[in-house]
Design a protein around this ligand. Structure first.
Ligand SMILES: Cc1cc2nc3c(=O)[nH]c(=O)nc-3n(C[C@H](O)[C@H](O)[C@H](O)COP(=O)(O)OP(=O)(O)OC[C@H]3O[C@@H](n4cnc5c(N)ncnc54)[C@H](O)[C@@H]3O)c2cc1C
Ligand code: FES
Ligand code: FES
Length: 461
């Protein structure tokens, strides 16, 4: 018998039959379940009108965009929509809804359920009512009429609400396959065997890139292998020498270890998508999609990250800088998966910085991004790795810039930018803009190196 998708919706178990696992959660909620509180604004993860809350097995609550989530991904999870919020004893509005109403935080109301759900995840997540945290929690929600001040005010009233545990389903013992098109292995061996059998099926991790095919283009992939239930791909491990992030660990899961080892990533990662995107999106997906403007490749290349690429033939290690071959072309073989990403920790005398330039501060992919790892002893730069995104068809290392910096200093490195890169020219930024931006970022690096105490606090533009 074919497997059925099972999950918990607003505390009630749900089992689906006869529905494509590629249906978006939003379409199912609205068109099949009649729950119209969750709205479709942009259908591409940008506006937050479709926000629902994922209630993880460990009790963690995370806002997510239902417009780009596929039903097959929700199997085994617990989801709460705005209709699942209620006051004490099950009646009346939830405290978050009361706060929104009392703060006059809604006008036309279209964005409001999305804000309420982001506020609910924040309010029950044990976070403090600090302005930066509230802005971070709301960065994935847009309102076009109320204005954000009253919404922020409502958020300050609800921080630290007690957590109400959601009922959960028992975990599936083995792999599942929905409709013959959505395969969800539960072990690495099963994943690799499926990958070898079906090299044409797309690997799916968080779906924050691939989900757009189903949502915006309304052309979902024909077949996917969902990697998010494979323990080897979701583990985050750390030794005193390195951090290893499973390729399918979400940003939210990977961030504590990454930020602890490379503090400059705190601001950088806060600007990667929104909380909704970071609760689903993964490093493996960011690397696998091989965009020239993905945020993580340049910083990971600068940090000398290595990939573990695995297939039924065995596993191999590849420096990330050798993974990107050409525009959207990678060294991944048809039967391989990215299993994990290992990043060496900083040695004594090493510093790491990174920058992201984008048209908008929040929720925007970079125009130019850069990572820099330097070893500085007695004021001398002994070693340096610099990598840029948005400057070529692939994210890549700036070797002539590095050599010039080591030999002749920053002025030479800045001059070498033009020799190193012939940047892409598109609506995000002209080639001339990108060249100038890269020069300016090196100038900023020079100031940071001259004043290291100031450096980590420099706010990315
Ligand atoms: C609103 C919005 C904002 C965004 N903002 C940013 C941003 O600021 N910066 C940024 O860099 N990106 C951004 N993105 C893009 C996206 O969130 C990231 O690229 C994310 O890391 C993709 O991860 P995923 O797990 O969702 O990938 P998926 O969509 O699941 O997969 C993406 C690609 O990677 C492949 N893949 C997935 N896992 C593996 C694996 N283990 N091995 C090999 N291949 C694999 C898939 O086959 C697919 O080709 C944004 C996206 C949206 C919708
Ligand atoms: S509809 Fe805009 S983020 Fe989903
Ligand atoms: S209240 Fe109208 S878009 Fe926010």
């Amino acid at each position: 018998m074919a497997d059925r998708i099972r999950f918990v919706l607003n505390d009630q178990p749900v089992e689906l039959d006869g529905l494509s696992p590629m249906t978006t959660l939003l379409d199912w909620l609205r068109d099949h379940r009649g729950l119209k509180g969750t709205k479709e604004g942009c259908a591409e993860g940008d506006c937050g009108a479709c926000t629902v809350v994922l209630e993880r097995a460990d009790g963690q609550r995370e806002a997510m965009n239902s417009c780009i989530a596929l039903l097959g991904q929700i199997d085994g999870q617990a989801v709460r929509t705005v209709e699942g919020l209620h006051g004490p004893g099950g009646g009346g509005p939830h405290a978050v809804q009361v706060a929104m109403a009392e703060s006059d935080a809604t006008q036309c109301g279209f964005c409001t359920p999305g804000f309420v759900m982001s506020a609910y995840a924040f309010a029950t997540g044990g976070e403090k009512a600090e302005l930066d945290t509230i802005h971070d929690a709301l960065a994935g929600n847009l309102c076009r009429c109320t204005g954000y001040r009253p919404i922020v005010e409502a958020m300050t009233k609800v921080a630290g609400l007690p957590v109400e545990p959601a009922p959960r389903l028992s975990t599936r013992a083995g792999s599942a396959s929905f409709d013959g098109s959505f395969h969800a292995p539960r072990s690495l061996a099963e994943l690799l065997a499926m990958r070898a059998r079906q090299p044409e099926a797309l690997l799916l991790a968080g779906a924050t890139d691939l989900g757009l095919l189903a949502s915006r283009a309304r052309k979902p992939p024909a077949a996917v292998i969902h990697v998010a239930h494979v323990p080897e791909l979701t583990a985050v491990r750390e030794t005193d020498k390195q951090v290893t992030i499973g390729a399918a660990a979400s940003y939210a899961q990977a961030m504590p270890a990454l930020i602890a080892s490379y503090p400059a990533l705190k601001t950088y990662l806060a600007r990667l998508g929104s909380r909704q995107i970071r609760s689903m999106g993964t490093l493996g997906g960011n690397i696998g999609t091989a965009s020239p403007i993905g945020d993580m490749p340049p910083v990971l290349i600068a940090l000398e990250a290595r990939l573990r690429l695995t297939s039924t033939r065995g596993a191999r290690e590849l420096p990330l800088e050798d993974f990107f071959l050409d525009y959207r072309k990678t060294a991944l073989a048809a039967d391989e998966v990215i299993e994990s990403i290992t990043v060496p920790k900083l040695w004594p005398h090493e510093v790491f910085f990174c920058d992201k330039l984008s048209k908008r501060r929040d929720q925007d992919i970079s125009t130019v991004a850069a990572g820099y790892r330097l070893r500085i002893e007695s004021g001398r730069i002994d070693d340096v790795r610099i990598a840029f995104g948005g400057m070529a068809a692939t994210p890549r290392r700036a070797r002539t810039v590095e050599a010039a910096l080591k030999k002749d200093g920053f002025a030479a490195a800045i001059a070498a930018i033009e020799t190193e890169f012939k940047p892409i020219d598109d609506w995000r930024g002209s080639a001339a803009y990108r060249l100038q931006a890269a020069r300016n970022l090196l100038r900023r690096l020079e100031l940071r190196v001259a004043s290291p105490m100031h450096a980590v606090d420099v706010e990315a533009l």
